[in-house]
Ligand binder design. Structure first.
Ligand SMILES: NC(=O)c1ccc[n+]([C@@H]2O[C@H](COP(=O)([O-])OP(=O)(O)OC[C@H]3O[C@@H](n4cnc5c(N)ncnc54)[C@H](OP(=O)(O)O)[C@@H]3O)[C@@H](O)[C@H]2O)c1
Length: 240
């Protein structure tokens, strides 16, 4: 008898990933391609090196026409899962933060997640009409339900992404969509204008840690819905 908890293979799956040019998104597309998925990655810039098995296209998640073109390309490939990963952040007190900071984070993190979800939904509904299920994975943050000094704008955007994830989970039940929020803690990437690989960030999560969580969620058996996953480096404070 087959094991009902066994994961399903990713080979043959068709998965679209936003923010795929570096950091967490790049690790996600590399891992999914290695597992045999057909992968469409999007970002404003291309990855530094070509990645075997990944089709890459220019995408600005803040621009609706760009997101529509990305969704159309993904739909033509037969996409069955969307990973909303594109995101930006910087940290300043509310006194020092600017309207430009606000628009940059809200447009990329919130509008971007909204637009990508919106323009993939019609395709996921068509799949449902043909008896096929779909998945959305939103990379938010461990701060999507808390905040701290100088984190007001970034955490506001991540709280909003959490709300969008949950609203989509409710709505998507009608068309066979499973939605998962993945909430990483500190991860060693280019995030917040940093350079990855420096000694002070050696204890942070690696982009591949989040990529493996994404692969696990996408490979979960079809009867299993993973609502959220929180990932922290062991050195990070425990906050519940
Ligand atoms: N690093 C952390 O500590 C951490 C912790 C928790 C959550 N996160 C979340 O993880 C996600 C990925 O961040 P990261 O750490 O991997 O940062 P990163 O290394 O700076 O990568 C960010 C990615 O988002 C893309 N992006 C930015 N603006 C975009 C736009 N307008 N349209 C399309 N793509 C855009 C970037 O590509 P282009 O610039 O080429 O467009 C890049 O591929 C974000 O949502 C972030 O909030 C990060």
């Amino acid at each position: 008898m087959s094991d009902p908890a066994a994961s399903t293979p990713l080979a043959g799956r068709v998965i679209a990933v936003t923010g795929a040019s570096r950091g967490i998104g790049l690790a996600i597309v590399e891992l999914l391609a290695r597992r045999g998925a057909v992968v469409l990655g999007g970002a404003r810039s291309a990855p530094a090196a070509g990645i075997g098995g990944v089709q890459f296209m220019a995408l600005d998640v803040t621009q609706e026409t760009s997101v529509m073109a990305f969704a159309d390309t993904a739909a033509a490939l037969g996409v069955d899962a969307l990973v909303n990963n594109a995101g930006v952040g910087s940290f300043a007190s509310l006194e020092r933060a600017t309207v430009e900071d606000y628009r940059w984070m809200m447009d990329t993190n919130v509008l971007g997640t909204f637009l990508a979800s919106k323009w993939f939904i019609p395709h996921f509904k068509r799949r449902h009409a043909n008896g096929l299920a779909s998945q959305v994975v939103n990379i938010t943050s461990d701060v999507s339900d808390r905040t701290f000094a100088s984190g007001g704008l970034y955490t506001a955007s991540k709280h909003a992404q959490r709300a969008l994830s949950r609203a989509l989970a409710f709505e998507g039940r009608d068309y066979g969509l499973r939605v998962t929020e993945i909430r990483p803690g500190m991860t060693d990437t280019h995030f917040n204008h940093r350079v990855p690989g420096t000694p002070e960030r050696a204890a942070h999560l690696r982009p591949g840690d989040i990529a493996h969580a994404v692969a696990q969620v996408l490979g979960a058996p079809s009867h299993l819905r993973v609502d959220e996953i929180v990932l922290h480096p062991v050195t990070q404070d425990i906050v519940f």
